[in-house]
Design a protein around this ligand. Structure first.
Ligand code: SAM
Length: 207
């Protein structure tokens, strides 16, 4: 008998999914064809696919088998016609050719909980899979020049580095430079709850 797949829950998702939706709604190409990297439990995919307008295709991915199972369990519990079965995608390896032309790439709470190499791979993925004019959306904590780090982010960064010395909150300037080297420019930065940022990159040349 097949085991039922477990729907995992990340409490932060309940708090950040609606603020994320509000930002995404302003920038999402229409219709949206979304490749979600590091989709984790799948809760963002379910919520955003249902709540954002005109989602034509949503491909959730992750590297963790438990995450892939959870995404599919959520998908079965609350189906959306655009939401595809979860797929394995590791940004540190060379990506396959994309199944479709994506115009949106999401990575929520990922680049600080992975080695820098994963951020480099993410930008290469954007270079190879995003249509011109498409967006790359990052969500998470970042260090910003001229912004004094808050205590909670300093403590979070220390805890990440303790878990894995290759992890840690990233410097937004370095992330932007990486994005530029992959043909994207930073279009907007939004302050989010709990000292996180939404960072929107767009593929192409800045007007
Ligand atoms: C903190 S979780 C975030 C999950 C979800 N986006 C959220 O905000 O709840 C980080 C996720 O990144 C995934 N991840 C780590 N390294 C990765 C890589 N190189 N490529 C793709 N996903 C990766 C992990 O498996 C994990 O699901």
């Amino acid at each position: 008998m097949t085991q039922p797949r477990l729907r995992l829950k990340a409490p932060a998702t309940q708090r950040n999914r609606e603020p994320i939706r509000q930002v995404l709604q302003q920038y999402l190409p229409q219709p949206a064809r979304v490749l979600e990297i590091a989709a984790g439990t799948g809760e963002h995919a379910i919520y955003l696919a249902h709540q954002l307008p005109n989602i034509e295709y949503w491909q959730p991915t992750d590297i963790d088998p438990a995450a892939l199972g959870s995404i599919d369990a959520w998908r079965h519990a609350d189906p959306h016609p655009a939401l595809q079965p979860a797929r394995y995608l590791d940004t540190t390896t060379t990506p396959d050719s994309p199944a479709i032309a994506y115009n949106t790439l999401l990575a929520i709470n990922m680049i600080h909980i992975a080695p820098w190499h994963a951020a480099e791979g993410l930008m290469q993925l954007a270079r190879h899979t995003l249509e011109d004019g498409g967006i790359l959306y990052l969500y998470g904590p970042f260090w910003q020049q001229d912004v004094v780090p808050v205590e909670s982010n300093l403590a979070f960064d220390a805890s990440l580095r303790e878990r894995n010395p290759a992890w840690g909150i990233r410097d937004l300037e370095q992330v932007s430079a990486l994005a530029e080297s992959a043909g994207l420019y930073c279009e907007a930065i939004h302050a989010m709850p709990a000292n996180n940022l939404s960072v929107l990159f767009r593929k192409g040349l800045k007007a």
